[in-house]
Design a protein around this ligand. Structure first.
Ligand code: SF4
Length: 293
């Protein structure tokens, strides 16, 4: 059986950047805390923990003083920076520059909505760290929507500025925007484009992977998709692969692989999410080669 590894899989630039910043600080021998897991991948979190990175939650963060805390690629709400300043915490800034830019765009737009009676709508996953950070830019006045069921949360009589969490599916986001536009048309809003501004804020590192992975999944009889179970990007890209190849399996480590999956297959492809370290994808690839199928 032929086994291929997807060369484009592995950390996106934002996560890679955050991991490198953490490694650099740890190499200096500093005590570094990470506010939340640095990436939604247990294996990588364990690797960095072995180098000394201490992952903490918000309760612990609020109690810390006079230390260094890393802000991961997802970014944080303004409150986190206020708490850090109060407690003499030095922030190690590892927010992805794309997320940082999106935060300031949302902040600026939110300030404008106070004079134009508009509303900020964010298409994202409830509770996701990036979404919490984005909503924080609006003083938590932004409206979080996750799908068509949330359309009713939007006041159709007021202008809408729509943004998306960077790792959402482009297809789902476009679908939601189209539904919103047609609801507005139904309500008799004659110029929906003036009432609805759709900001394309899905990261290219994610949206470009969708068509690429579809092709990769189509080209192989079986696909092994490697990702942490908590990764929303992992869940999304896995379903993209599965939509074109039903023989796609989600795994987080090599011991989840069942040899029987490969029976009668001539080719296997190994790929992963933007939060999956390349070393893990390579390890799984090596494991499949060792099965001598
Ligand atoms: S997916 Fe894009 S925006 Fe999100 S961390 Fe990665 S590079 Fe940054």
């Amino acid at each position: 059986m032929v086994v291929d590894i997807d060369k484009k899989s592995g950390f996106c630039f934002g996560v890679q950047n955050a991991v490198e910043i953490a490694e650099k600080a740890l190499l200096k021998g500093e005590k570094v805390y990470s506010l939340g897991p640095i990436v939604h991948n247990d294996k990588e979190v364990h690797r960095l923990a072995a180098l000394g990175l201490i992952t903490i939650d918000y309760d612990k963060f609020r109690k810390l003083k006079n230390c260094k805390v890393l802000i991961r690629a997802h970014g944080e709400a303004p409150e986190t920076y206020i708490t850090a300043a109060k407690n003499n915490i030095t922030i190690i800034e590892a927010t992805c520059p794309i997320v940082k830019k999106l935060q300031s765009r949302i902040r600026k737009t939110w300030l404008n909505t106070r004079v134009n009676n508009g509303q900020i709508v964010i298409f994202g996953k409830p509770g996701h760290a990036e979404v919490v950070g984005l909503l924080g830019q609006t003083n938590n006045e932004g409206i979080l929507v996750s799908g068509p069921g949330d359309l009713r949360k939007v006041d159709l009589s007021r202008p809408v500025w729509l943004f998306a969490q960077t790792t959402m599916s482009l297809k789902d986001y476009t679908h939601f925007a189209d539904l919103l536009r047609s609801e507005m048309a139904e309500k008799g809003i004659t110029e929906p484009d003036k009432f609805l501004v759709v900001n394309n804020t899905i990261c290219g590192q994610v949206s470009n992977r969708e068509p690429h992975l579809m092709e990769f999944a189509r080209e192989h009889d079986i696909v092994i998709f490697v990702s942490g179970r908590e990764s929303s990007n992992g869940k999304m890209l896995f379903s993209v692969c599965r939509s074109v190849n039903p023989d796609t399996y989600f795994i987080s480590s090599a011991d989840e692989i069942d040899k029987q999956w490969f029976e009668g297959k001539k080719s296997a492809g190994v790929c992963g999410a933007t939060s999956t370290p390349k070393w893990l994808i390579e390890q799984i690839y090596g494991h499949i080669l060792n099965l001598r199928l």
